[in-house]
Each structure stands twice: as C-alpha cells, then as structure tokens.
Design a protein around this ligand. Structure first.
Ligand code: IPD
Ligand code: CA
Ligand code: CA
Length: 283
C-alpha cells in the first residue's frame, strides 16, 4: 500500500473513532436532544450532528489543509490541486439521524477520502456496537480487522435485500412499487434499517445481499461504496451505470455482483406511475 494511502486510512479511522466517542458522550449526558427539521418534516438534524461535523472538519483542516471537504451539515471547502485531482473528504457526521433520535442505535459516522472521482479510503463506524468497517483502494474491506469478501455467488431467492423504497412517494412516481414487491417475493425478504451508509456496509459484510435506494447524497454513500467494491461487490445506478460521487442525489443498487443482472431486469420491467399530483405524503 502507498505510504500516503496508509496514513489517510489511519487518520480516517482515528477521526471516526474520536467522533464516535464524542457522540456517545453527548448521547449518554441525558440531556434532551435539540431537534430541528431541514428540507421536510422528516428530514431531521440535532445539535450533535453539527457539533460532530465541525469537530471532524477542524481536524481535517489541521492535518490536511490542502484537502477539500464536503459535509452534510454544510461544510464545503474547495481544496487545492497539486498538479492532478483534488483530494476531498466526504463526511456524514451521523447517518441515520432519525434512528439516532428515536432508537439511539442503528446510526453511523461515514468518512471517505476521494481523489477526483476515485475513492481512496472509506470508513463507516457504528459507535454503539463499536463496529468499524473500513476500506482502502486496492487493499480490501474489513470489519474490526476481519477481511470482508462477498464474491461468493448467490441467487436472489436465497438473498436478503435492504431498501426503504416501499413507502417512498418517489418509488410510486417512477412506477417502481410493483417492482419492489417482485423483489420481495423473489428473495428471502426485505429489510429497512434507515441508515444508508450502514446498510451498504452491511452489504459489504454479507449481512444483507443487496441494498436499493433512490435518493442518496454523496455523504450517504461515498465511504460505503468503496467498502462494497473492495469486498468484491458492485455499486451501480438502476440502469447499470457507474454512480458518480458528485452532488446532488443518486439512486443506486449496492449488491453482490451475481445479483445485479436479476435486480436490474426486475427494475427495468415496464413501469406505471400512480402518484396523485396533490398528495400530502411526508416521504
Ligand atoms: C438519511 C439516511 C436514510 C436515507 C436518507 C438519508 P441522514 O441520512 O441514510 O436511510 O434513506 O436518504 O438522507 O439524514 O440520517 O444522515
Ligand atoms: Ca445520511
Ligand atoms: Ca446525516
């Protein structure tokens, strides 16, 4: 492994574990969480999301002042290129904020470093279960030191699929609801955890075999995309194309490679939209 890449990985893991400690401290201080909404009544944020992002951003700036950063809670730093592409950290301080607020479990910190469009390192850390998933380009993916490998072939009928597509308005708008039911019927079942980065890390770990989502931002999937790819899986759009790491939002399938053709066949069957223009749904 390149010396610099190794340093980036160590740094990302230290950041994730420090951020995890901060979150646990704040969570166990038994103060009421201050909750605000962002783009919609179901898009929540707490003061801890913001504090953790600031904490991470400061450390990145101190250690790699020439690097850029993109954080969900508003951090946007350009970074400077030294001849080639810019290094950019892509951070979600808490992915699964609704779980964080309601369940105090099933959320994670997601930290990735990209060089241009290419993932260099990615860390997804669940601070409650103390599970750290990490990947480094060309060096594999790991969970707490154990190498992850999802190359083994599986059929859809022996697979578990993660998705929140069933209740999203956008799913119906795109005429995809029947397709999701088809996936449920042809697989061992559907699971919805509510933290995309963690669900994709679970694909890398083989806990679920595929994960489908329609509207993810770069900070939701930057780190976990590298995890899935380094574990031997694929991350593609619903039409099978590469998923860009540029904002704003993307639909994606993260899966064992052997499942991609069948999932895509199902998703690309004929579609009919059934959303009324004036419905008042929150998702
Ligand atoms: C959200 C979660 C959720 C996904 C949303 C994301 P947040 O991130 O990952 O599972 O369905 O699209 O925005 O707001 O909890 O960081
Ligand atoms: Ca997120
Ligand atoms: Ca978040």
């Amino acid at each position: 492994m390149f010396y610099a890449q190794n340093n980036f990985l160590e740094f990302a893991r230290t950041l994730a574990s420090g951020a995890g400690e901060l979150i646990r401290e704040r969570l166990y201080a038994h103060k009421d969480l201050k909750i605000k909404t962002k783009s919609s009544p179901t898009d929540l944020v707490t003061e801890i999301d913001r504090e953790v992002e600031e904490w991470i951003a400061e450390r990145i700036k101190e250690t790699y002042p020439e690097h850029g950063m993109l954080g969900e809670e508003g951090t946007e730093r350009e970074g400077s290129s030294a001849g080639g592409s810019i290094y950019r950290w892509i951070v979600d301080p808490i992915d699964g904020t609704t779980n964080f607020i309601h369940q105090r479990i099933n959320f994670c910190i997601s930290i990735a470093l990209y060089h241009g469009d290419e993932g260099v390192v990615g860390v997804v850390y669940d601070p409650i279960r103390n599970e750290m998933f990490w990947a480094s380009r060309g060096e594999g993916a790991f969970l707490n030191g154990e190498k992850l490998d999802i190359r083994e072939k599986k059929e859809l009928m022996e697979s578990l699929v993660g998705t929140n597509l069933i209740w999203l308005r956008r799913t119906r708008k795109l005429g995809l609801l029947d397709h999701v039911y088809t996936i449920a019927r042809r697989s061992r079942g559907i699971r919805a955890l509510g933290a995309a980065a963690l669900e994709m890390a679970y694909v890398a770990a083989g806990r679920i075999d595929a994960f489908l989502s329609l509207k993810l931002s770069p900070w939701d999937f930057a780190a976990a995309k590298l995890l899935v790819e380094e574990a031997g899986g694929v991350v593609r759009s619903f039409t099978g194309d590469a998923v860009p790491i540029a904002p704003p939002e993307h639909g994606l399938i993260a899966a064992r490679t052997s499942l991609l053709p069948e999932l895509m066949d199902i998703l690309n069957e004929e579609r009919t939209s059934d959303v009324a223009a004036n419905d008042k749904e929150t998702h």
